[in-house]
Design a protein around this ligand. Sequence first.
Ligand code: GDP
Ligand code: IMO
Ligand code: MG
Length: 427
Amino acid sequence: MDTKIDILLGMQWGDEGKGKVVDVLTPKYDVVARFQGGPNAGHSLEFNGKRHVLHIIPSGIFHESKTNIIGNGVVIDPVIFEEEIHDLEKLGLTPEKNLFISRRAHLILPTHKLLDAAYEAHKGKSKIGSTLKGIGPTYTDKTARTGLRICDIETLDFIDSFNAKIEEHKIILDSYNYDYQETLKSMVDSWLKSLNTLKKFRFIDAEYEIAEYLKRGKYVLAEGAQGTLLDLEFGAYPFVTSSNTIAAGAFSGLGLATRLTGRVYGIVKAYCTRVGSGPFPTELFDDMGEYLRKVGNEFGATTGRPRRCGWLDLVALKYAVMINGVTDIALTKADVLSDIQELKVCTNYKVNGILTDRIPADNNAKIEPVYTTLKGWKENISKCKTYEELPQTFKDYIKFIEDETKAQVSIISVGPDRDATIFRNDK
Ligand code: GDP
Ligand code: IMO
Ligand code: MG
């Protein structure tokens, strides 16, 4: 019998701590595979007092005996890939040995990045707040069936196809009056040069290889990027990213059969953050928001932008649990909440004045959060090693989340380091 594939993904607006939890779980798996997104992601993890940030490469890469795969659903910028590889090599790792790339993954071209900037500039105040990594334009070309893929690199007419795409994009950039004269040539040069690093890696038919792993009884973890509320279908469109960040994205992003789903780990920050524009019902504009940003060090791992901060939103979380079929919650960053006397948790919305526990599809709807207040804890929990050691009021906070979402909190992260992780043995 085939083993089942476990999926790990973000339950909010990204930056929930996915990178850290993947790194901690990797010893239990043989393979870690990223299924969507691209270098818009910034997945951080820490061990031996050092922080590492990954953008395209799966977060299992620091475990050298484990296989890491970049799936077909991912979009790859070879320049950023090369930078990441150099960072890993500086640490003494040899990623060519345990990192493989799907032949079907799409390439982010230099002009995709410029188009991202041109579109955002054109939108003015209604901009999405994109990471400007070229994500939207690359997925646009993918769905328009005009993109370039990893397998194209190996073809004889690759350079011709590349140049043709650049020329096509230049026409669009011209129509937006976007000035690329000074930047494009050097961007193209470094892009083409960086292919030499990319070509050192084994390009694979990842869907076949993953099916083989599962057939041979190996354990595979699918790593998501961004978060459920940034999903192209179920986020607050258009303030979303351009891929399916939800569990369903793992099947199309890796080529899996849905009957092979195992556990679904939903990574949940104990409060909420969001970068970029778009609705954020529990956002705090006061000192408490500032406090969470400071204590939680809430600045983007990819762009350095300050993250918007707010209270935990259970309406949104219940939606994410439902859409993803979450079996296990990994609760992160509750250590940031230590020393706050009263914690608010949003349990309902008033949408245009009407009480509801549903997220409206129309992002112009006026949402007012309805809060329940829970007692905080004074203790520093970052050194706790077992669930039993945690303060009762924190256990009550966890129980409240479990009762509302009907999902179990089976992992509790109490600090950025690998070691600051509690597995609940009663779960
Ligand atoms: P990701 O995109 O979901 O992987 O999350 P990011 O890496 O963008 O952001 C999460 C940030 O919180 C990183 O700086 C992590 O090092 C840090 N982090 C992860 N878990 C914890 C935790 O339990 N407590 C604290 N204080 N920091 C954490
Ligand atoms: P990780 O994987 C947080 C946000 C951007 C913007 C919107 C669209 O680290 O959790 P895009 O560049 O994708 O077109 O931007 O999505 N965004 C993220 N926010 N974490 C991320 O990834 C994000 N990736 C994209 O800020 O609002
Ligand atoms: Mg991140």
